[in-house]
Write a protein that binds this ligand. Sequence first.
Ligand code: DC
Length: 223
Amino acid sequence: MFAIALDGPAGAGKSTIAKMAATRLGMHYVDTGAMYRTLAYDMLRHHVDIHQENAVACALEQIQMKIIYDENVQRMFLGEEEVTDQIRTPEVGEATSTIAVYRAVRDKLLTVQRDLAQKYEVIMDGRDIGTTILPDAPLKVFLTADAAERGKRRFLELEEKEPGMHTLEETIRAIKERDERDMNREIAPLRQAADAVVLDTTYMTAQQAADALVQMAQEARSR
Ligand code: DC
């Protein structure tokens, strides 16, 4: 099955660009970060000590995560409750990066993600898709941008949701910290696959980056 593995650091524009490209290519957009976020959100709500691997592994057994694709929008549920929007806060992002280092967490989501790629043609966005989840994907793209630019984009998003609650400096610092943690964990770290194409979006609009991705996908499909 044709698949695109799209990896890269926080704020590189993966989800915006993948959504635009998926619609044009008639593919399924899969946001793996949202799955990690949903697990972390549930643990925060249940006051699980996320710094204890055992506590996290235990909590995982209880979580009823569900994913629904609705007109190519990925909606996340815990039991019957939709949490698609609630998982988007900086606090949940931080906790997510903490629990994403644990083996039990990664193993649980590896199965979910590979199953989706067997069922549908996917553009799957994450950190380890090209290296670990779909190592045979016919197209792998590593999407990146300068940390300052990524911080600025995140900051503008946050300003829209919660005006005056964050500073640009704090947002850039948090993004650099998250990069560090995602790149330096032992299991499935954020890393460019050897056969991935790098797309640096620092000086690109989302539209330009989506155009580039669509073109690469069309070429890869016809190979
Ligand atoms: O892409 P995002 O900001 O929603 O990701 C949130 C966190 O989840 C990020 O800090 C790293 C982790 N993550 C991961 O470890 N592996 C993935 N495939 C996707 C996300």
